[in-house]
Design a protein around this ligand. Sequence first.
Ligand code: FDA
Length: 302
Amino acid sequence: MAASRSDRLRHTVERLPLTRTVVARYVAGTEQSDAVRVAGELTGEGLAVTIDHLAEDTRDRSQATTVAQAYVSLLEALHKAELTPDVEVSVRLSSLGRALPADGEAIALENARQICQAAADAGTTVTLDMEEHTTVDYTLDVLRELRQDFADAGVALQAGLKRTEADCRDLTGQGSRVRLCKGAFDEPETVAFRDRGEIDRSYVRCMKVLFAGDGYPMIATHDPRLVEIAGSLAARHRREQGSYEYQMLYGIRPREQRRLVLAGERVRVYVPFGPQWYTYLVRRLAARPANLAFLLRSVASS
Ligand code: FDA
């Protein structure tokens, strides 16, 4: 995680010849055209897609506007390539300006609204990523605002947070789209479960709430046990395939993604793209030691 914040390491890694190979496994590329191409390949295999534009930390309003415009342009390109509605976008409110002084929260809401409008025009949807626990209330407020005009806007919730089961209960209504993930942030014990077993049990409790509700659960995990439990819950609640979906990250357990599709399940792949891939990539590698072996093999063969 420290590596993901180191500018020096970042510059070194970006210059390594192996970078392209490793990055290509987890990131579509640096350009919008890369994202559209990969989305086309994945949908051709029966997968749905959500695209995340990897942007720098937003330091001023014009940067936030640039990110919003990049999403609008991406959505137009996806529509033109006839990839909607199977391809939607994922958006981080921090990249839309949330943390800017003074009007940051209002700026991010306005930018999110523009992206939702572009998504609606393209016939698809937007899901809000969830960030640090301090931003959950704000993100859910934004979701509520957006859903007044764009009922299909969705949100990610993190099972690692103690509050999430209650948040799931609030979001079980008709048309509610909740992406349940474990949570990628190192949060304090006061608000989060720290033990992996506890996080998994929380995940199961949250899934139970979502599957019992009237909304559209989006089960975002690579964990084979949780995927299996999701399948049992779907059966128990007599949910038809397509009334919920699985989600996994691009490059992670690709064979499992295709196995689920062959079994008739709806599976969405989270595809990041953009020049700012470094932090994302290092976090993916840090999340699982076996991925470091993959990196080292790439070094050896480059
Ligand atoms: P975990 O990391 O515990 O892994 C469980 C098992 O899955 C492993 O034992 C292994 O079998 C398999 N596995 C996991 N990683 C693997 C890998 N790299 N290669 C091979 N097998 C692997 N977080 C957040 O805080 N906010 C958000 O908005 C989102 N959004 C989001 C969207 C989508 C579509 C996904 C899939 C994930 C997120 N996340 C997220 C990230 C999420 O919170 C979490 O950090 C990662 O998904 C890893 O957690 P797992 O549930 O995969 O379990």
